[in-house]
Design a protein around this ligand. Structure first.
Ligand code: KG4
Ligand code: ZN
Length: 334
C-alpha cells in the first residue's frame, strides 16, 4: 500500500511516498528556516504563506521522485495536530483536495505519532511495545507505545520543551535560530563541568520535566557576566547546559524504563539528533541490556515520510477522516 504523506505543522513543507509504512519511495522537505532566522524564531504568518506557496510543488516533486502519479497512491496522510494552526490548515486543506480529486482515503496523523513512526522507517524490524522519549521543539514526552495506534503518555514537560530550552539559551548566546543544532556542535568542544546549572524536578511528578528554571539560570548567568564585564566561555556554557538538559531527560527516561519494565527503548523528534543524548541513550541501552532504536539523522527533524509511515498504521486501524477534518494547534497524542 502506497501512502502520500503531507506535513506542514511548523516551518517545513514536506511530502513523501512510503510503501507499507516502512519503505521510503521519496521524501521532499522544503525548509523555511533561513527566512525565520531573520526574526530569531518561526513567524506563524510567514510560515503559513510559505507553505501555501510550496506545498503543490513539493508534492509534485515527491511524486516525480518516486516515479508515481496520484492514481497509483492508495491514501493521503496528513498532519492535523499539533502545531501552528495556520500552517497546519494549509496541509490539511491541500490533503483534502488531493483526497477528493483522487477519491482516496484521508488519514489524519498526529505530528508526534509521526515522529515516533520515523523509527519504523529506520528499523524495519521494530514493532511495539517500546518506550519512547519524544523530544521536539514543542514537546517533551515519555510515551509508552503499546501498539502502533495505542499510546500512553507517562511524562511531559510542565513548561518549555527540550528543543525550545536549547533554542532559547542558544539565542541568548548569540547563536542563530534554531540554535539547538549549533549549540550541540559547539558543545562538543567545551567543558561540560565548567558551569554549575540546576536540574529542576517537578514535585509530586518525578517523571515530568521542567526546563524553564534551567533556561533562566543560563540566561541569568549570561546577564550577570555581561553586567560585570566578565567573559563567558560559550563552548563551556553550551557543554554544561547540554549536559544539564540531557541529564534531566535521561534521569526521567531511565526511571520510566525501570518502572514500566521496558523491553525496548527508542527516541524521536528533532532533539533526538542531539549527539550527547544519543550517546547517553546508547550507554543506558548497553548498561540495561535493552535494545535501542533511534531514527537516522535525516528522519529526526520534521519530514513527511514519518507522517506517511504512521498514516499506514492509522489506516489499518480504520482511522480515516472526511471532508470535515479540521486542524488543531493542540491535541493529545493518546
Ligand atoms: O521535531 P522538530 O524538527 O520540530 C518540532 O516538531 O518542533 O524539532 C525541532 C527542534 C528545535 O528546537 C531544534 O533546535 C531541535 O529540535 N534540534 C536539536 C538538535 N537538532 C534539532 N536540539 C539539540 N541538538 C540537536 N542536535
Ligand atoms: Zn516535529
Amino acid at each position: 500500500m502506497i501512502i502520500l504523506g503531507i506535513e506542514s505543522s511548523c516551518d517545513e513543507t514536506a511530502a513523501a511516498l512510503v510503501e507499507d509504512g516502512r519503505r521510503v519511495l521519496s521524501s521532499v522537505v522544503a525548509s523555511q528556516v533561513e527566512e525565520h532566522k531573520l526574526y530569531g524564531g518561526v513567524v506563524p504568518e510567514i510560515a503559513s504563506r510559505r507553505h501555501s506557496e510550496a506545498i503543490s510543488g513539493v508534492t509534485g516533486e515527491a511524486l516525480a521522485q518516486a516515479g508515481l502519479s496520484l492514481g497509483q497512491v492508495d491514501a493521503i496522510a496528513v498532519t492535523y495536530a499539533p502545531g501552528l494552526i495556520g500552517a497546519l490548515l494549509v496541509g490539511v486543506n491541500f490533503a483534502k483536495g488531493l483526497a477528493l480529486a483522487g477519491d482516496l482515503p484521508l488519514v489524519p496523523v498526529h505530528h508526534l505519532r509521526g515522529h515516533i513512526a520515523a523509527n519504523y522507517l529506520s528499523h524495519p524490524g521494530l514493532e511495539p511495545p517500546f518506550l519512547c522519549l519524544v523530544v521536539s521543539g514543542g514537546h517533551s514526552h515519555i510515551v509508552q507505545v503499546e501498539d502502533y495506534t495505542q499510546l500512553q503518555v507517562l511524562a511531559r514537560t510542565r513548561d518549555d520543551a527540550a528543543g525550545e530550552a536549547f533554542d532559547k539559551a542558544a539565542r541568548a548566546m548569540g547563536i542563530p535560530y534554531p540554535g539547538g543544532v549549533e549549540l550541540d556542535k559547539i558543545a562538543e568542544t567545551g567543558d561540560p563541568l565548567a558551569y554549575q546549572l540546576p536540574r529542576p524536578k517537578v514535585e509530586g511528578s518525578p517523571l515530568d520535566f521542567s526546563f524553564s528554571g534551567l533556561k533562566t539560570a543560563a540566561l541569568n548567568l549570561l546577564h550577570n557576566a555581561a553586567q560585570r564585564g566578565e567573559a563567558v566561555c560559550v563552548p563551556d556554557l553550551c557543554a554544561s547546559y547540554r549536559r544539564a538538559v540531557v541529564g534531566c531527560l535521561m534521569a526521567s527516561f531511565r526511571q520510566a524504563a525501570r518502572e514500566t519494565g521496558a523491553k525496548r527503548l527508542a527516541a524521536a523528534g528533532g532533539v533526538s539528533a542531539n549527539r550527547l543524548l544519543r550517546r547517553e541513550l546508547e550507554a543506558f541501552s548497553q548498561e540495561a541490556g535493552l535494545p535501542l532504536f533511534l531514527p537516522e539523522l535525516s528522519l529526526c527533524g520534521d519530514n513527511a515520510a514519518m507522517i506517511a509511515a504512521q498514516g499506514y498504521y492509522e489506516l489499518l486501524a480504520g482511522h480515516q477522516a472526511g471532508m470535515e477534518l479540521n486542524a488543531y494547534a493542540q491535541r493529545d497524542i493518546q
